[in-house]
Design a protein around this ligand. Structure first.
Ligand code: ATP
Ligand code: MG
Length: 344
């Protein structure tokens, strides 16, 4: 059976959306709307794998939704919703918990990074995070998943889970008329303007919402002064910018700032160096601030406007959830038949 091309991706409501989320994910989400049917999810079930304040969480969910819409995602033509409104995500994740192997999950680097030294004290949810992510994608039998580079390993695990489910239940899948494979192998779409934006404080660490230092990231809600302050304080090395792109290889901070500039200006890093090679960082940083403010200010204003009307955002999410649930419900019925559950 030929599966329709369908895009799925999610963003966690875990704090301040930043430039990495925007350039690594949201810009691609917007672009893919032209060529694909798209489902974009605010993954609140993922968010609670680490502690979230119940007073803050609904605001964070609405903020990510506002960012999606402000960036240009059309919730009428595509689907935008928050994960906890479609129970099938959690339901399929349980089945996948029983398909995935401990050994597979033990290799996940995000768990190791997020759990840190105190692994015994991490939530079971944080460990099982990738099986829920596989369920998010596969409950829609989505074929394409735009993500930043940090999610590559989780996507590979989703593919392994889909394949093992198709193999383990192969006879039942055929008996129920689904052909040779029920789930597709979802393709990661990692290439984009900036698949890995790094921290402004440490060019070897990715920019993250959960980084305790606000100086490490540019938030989509930062005003012009804050952006200028953060970029001027951003870590650099003592040398001027190089002329050749290959010379960025040993200079993570210079590479990151040049990459951010290139992504925002929609040019290559080599072109950035053509313009700024030999310049001091202070000169380059001024130009970068100008570009950042020009790109983020309209987004920022639109997000603020949308957040002033939470009832509208909630209605967008409710409408999206109802449409998502129709698809997810059909998948779960089939999965129950394939696994052998008795259902109404
Ligand atoms: P957290 O620290 O809570 O995990 P996060 O900043 O990693 O937050 P997520 O919600 O986990 O954000 O990820 C949303 C999307 O943004 C994913 O597709 C992820 O790959 C992408 N992304 C996150 N950080 C970066 C980054 N620094 N550069 C490029 N893409 C990124
Ligand atoms: Mg993350």
């Amino acid at each position: 059976m030929a599966l329709k091309q369908l895009v799925f991706s999610g963003v966690q409501p875990t704090g301040n959306l930043h430039l990495g989320n925007y350039l690594g994910a949201i810009v691609k989400f917007v672009e893919l709307q032209k060529s694909h049917d798209c489902i974009y999810c605010v993954v609140d079930l993922h968010a609670i794998t680490v502690w979230q304040d119940p007073v803050e969480l609904p605001h964070a969910i609405r903020e990510v939704t506002a960012a999606f819409i402000a960036a240009g995602i059309d919730p009428k033509r595509h689907i935008v919703f928050n994960q906890s409104q479609v129970a099938e995500h959690a339901e399929l994740a349980w089945v996948f918990n029983c398909v995935a192997r401990m050994g597979w999950l033990n290799r996940m680097t995000q768990f190791k990074e997020k759990a840190g030294k105190d692994r015994e004290n991490a939530s079971v949810g944080l460990f099982a995070y990738p099986t829920l992510m596989a369920a998010d994608i596969l409950v829609y039998r989505a074929t394409h998943v735009p993500v930043g580079e940090d999610q590559k390993q989780h996507l590979e695990l989703s593919r392994d889970i889909a394949q093992k489910f198709n193999n383990d239940f192969g006879d039942s899948i055929r008996t129920h008329g689904f052909g040779d494979a029920f789930f597709p192998q979802p393709e990661p779409l990692i290439q984009g303007p900036a698949p890995r934006v790094m921290s402004l404080r440490d060019g070897t660490k990715k920019m993250s919402k959960s980084d305790p230092s606000d100086q490490s990231r540019i938030n989509l809600t930062d005003d012009a002064d804050t952006i200028a302050h953060k970029i001027r304080r951003a870590k650099t090395d003592p040398h001027p910018l190089p002329h050749e792109e290959k010379e960025l290889a040993q200079r993570p901070e210079a590479d990151n700032l040049a990459g951010i500039y290139a992504a925002l200006a929609r040019i290559g890093k080599a072109d950035v160096l053509k313009q700024f090679g030999g310049a001091q960082f202070s000169t380059f940083k001024d130009a970068l601030v100008e570009l950042l403010v020009a790109r983020l200010a309209p987004l920022n204003a639109e997000m603020r406007r949308l957040k002033d009307d939470p009832a509208h955002i909630d209605s967008v999410l409710a409408d999206g959830a109802a449409r998502a649930q129709k698809i997810a419900g059909e998948t779960m019925k089939a999965v129950k038949d394939i696994v052998g559950f008795v259902r109404r």
